[in-house]
Design a binder for this molecule. Structure first.
Ligand code: NAP
Length: 497
């Protein structure tokens, strides 16, 4: 991370008593503070409905930090910057008090009128909050005002459009920071560097040399307590519309003319525009949906999705998606980008596998020694790094070959854990760098691609659900999707070894 210090800022967190604030936001801000990245001129104004005293709130923050931080040294100093206001966001009157408190903090901590409004709350409140922030003058300052919005940004294109229109009444596009926390991950940010800073890869990064690209994001956890939310979402909306398509865009984009936010975003948008739309029955040729049944994960018996709390016993919701995304442009014509994501699977892993085409003639072929394709594996999480799979001579065995790997592990080289995605994203937002946040054009394009798939799935019941065992790697059809093209999924578990 850059070593700059942030400008003076008031960080107003709506939903400060919630899970996201506790697990991610307070710990990330504290890390920035510990590292000296956060200017001393900062204040955190937490907003929630609970009628907590300042001391109760500070105790809440303290325990969140004690559970997460590597060092407790400066917790008390950090907490002096944290203030709470009990406020129902639907109650128009309480914004006046909020404004007074914000102004007071502004003066006490010399914040120069700079404000970040972080909406860590359910999306149905976003519009009400932004309307009030503007109408009641909370955005009326001499400094910068930025709005951070958590996912999900809408449920489909019409709802995302309506939400966007509403928040744009109060904030301009440049002031809106839509979070996709995958964009804060070290190795996702590294995709551009690997591609554009290495003479080795960029000349090969096209349909002449790459046969297919596979992106897997699998989780061992099931839906757990989030059944109510998940029933209205499913894996397509929860993972594909945002995280998976963002990774496709970063892998497929043209080199930007420079690294400015606008240039990078515009190249990503061009990829999203080039994705071949699939709709109606055609969806079945490109996408596969799955739902987990009971099974064994990490040696423990687990229930199927339909047995979970707040889940319909005959639910049609997918907990797994595999798809073939075709990018119809000059660089990628004919190269499938296979994506797959699911819950209650065999391994927790997010990985990208770039598979290069076979060399024109295999001089080393014999029945015992086939030649593996070259692979570039980008390990996103939990491991972070890259591995290049090559073929080399087998020691003292004539000219027989063996696969070898060149590996770079981000965490072992740096000697410390890489910063959490939220830490980087919060830092970027305070610094005014929106590159790793999604522009409305990206959100709009992704929804329009995904809506056609969900329309088809919602209008046709998947009779085979549940169609994969917990602890597996998804339904058989997902393997067939690749087999039909002459490929197979690289086993993400094996690639770690
Ligand atoms: P949560 O634990 O349910 O917290 C919701 C927060 O909203 C609480 O602080 C709650 O305060 C507050 N709230 C609810 N109604 C309110 C009202 N009328 N006025 C004022 N405050 C109100 O939810 P969460 O898990 O933190 O998630 C927050 C948002 O982040 C959601 O949009 C979610 O989709 C998104 N998100 C969460 C995660 C995660 O890891 N948790 C990850 C990605 C995205 P009281 O409880 O005091 O009423």
């Amino acid at each position: 991370m850059k070593q700059d210090k942030t400008p003076p800022t008031l960080i107003m967190i709506f939903g400060a008593t919630g899970d996201l604030a506790k697990r991610k936001l307070f710990p990330s801000l504290y890390q920035l503070y510990l590292k000296g990245n956060l200017s001393d001129q900062f204040a955190v104004l937490g907003v929630g409905r609970r009628e907590w005293s300042q001391e109760q709130f500070r105790e809440h923050v303290r325990s969140a930090l004690q559970n997460s931080a590597h060092s407790n040294d400066q917790i008390e100093l950090f907490i002096e910057h944290c203030v709470y206001q009990s406020h129902d966001v639907t109650d128009s009157r309480s914004y006046i008090q909020l404004k007074e408190l914000a102004n007071e903090l502004d003066e006490n901590f010399t914040l120069e009128g700079n404000r970040i409004f972080y909406l860590a709350m359910a999306p149905e409140f976003f519009g009400t909050i932004t309307d009030h922030l503007k109408q009641d003058g909370l955005t009326d300052t001499n400094g910068f005002c930025r709005l951070v919005i958590e996912k999900p940004f809408g449920h489909d294109l019409p709802s995302a459009g309506a939400l966007n229109e509403q928040i744009r009444k109060s904030f301009s596009e440049e002031q809106i920071y839509r979070i996709d926390h995958y964009l804060g991950k070290e190795m996702v940010q590294n995709i551009e560097v690997i591609r554009f800073a290495n003479a080795l890869f960029e000349p090969l990064w096209n349909s002449r040399f790459i046969s297919n690209i596979q992106i897997t994001s699998s989780e061992t956890l099931g839906v757990e307590e989030r059944g109510r939310y998940y029933e209205t979402s499913g894996a397509l909306r929860d993972m594909v519309q945002n995280h998976m398509l963002q990774m496709v865009a970063l892998l497929a984009m043209e080199p930007p003319i420079n690294l400015s936010t606008d240039e990078i975003r515009s190249e990503k948008v061009r990829v999203l525009r080039s994705m071949r739309p699939v709709e109606g029955k055609e969806v079945d040729d490109y996408f596969v949906r799955g739902q987990y049944g009971p099974g064994i994960v990490n040696g423990k018996e687990v229930k199927g999705y339909r047995e979970g709390a707040n889940v319909d016993a005959a639910s049609n919701t997918e907990t797994f998606v595999a798809g073939k995304v075709m990018i119809d442009n000059f660089r990628w014509a004919g190269v499938p980008f296979f994506i797959r994501t699911g819950k209650s699977m065999a391994v927790k892993s997010t990985k990208i596998v770039v598979q290069f085409k076979d060399i024109p003639m295999n001089l080393y072929y014999n029945k015992e020694h086939s030649l593996d394709p070259n692979l570039l594996v980008i390990h996103i999480q939990p491991d972070e790094g890259i591995t290049l799979h090559l073929n080399a001579k087998k020691t003292s065995e004539g000219v027989n070959t063996q696969p070898v790997k060149l590996s770079y592990s981000a965490s072992s080289v740096d000697g410390i854990n890489t910063p959490e995605a939220y830490e980087k994203l919060l830092f970027d937002c305070i610094m005014g760098d929106a590159t790793n946040f999604t522009h409305w054009d990206e959100v709009r394009r992704s929804w329009s691609f995904v809506d056609k798939i969900s329309d088809h799935w919602e209008s046709t019941k998947e009779e085979s659900f549940p169609n994969y065992e917990s602890g597996g790697m998804g339904p058989d059809k997902s393997h067939k999707l690749l087999a039909d093209e002459g490929f197979e999924w690289w086993s993400v578990g094996e690639l770690d070894k």
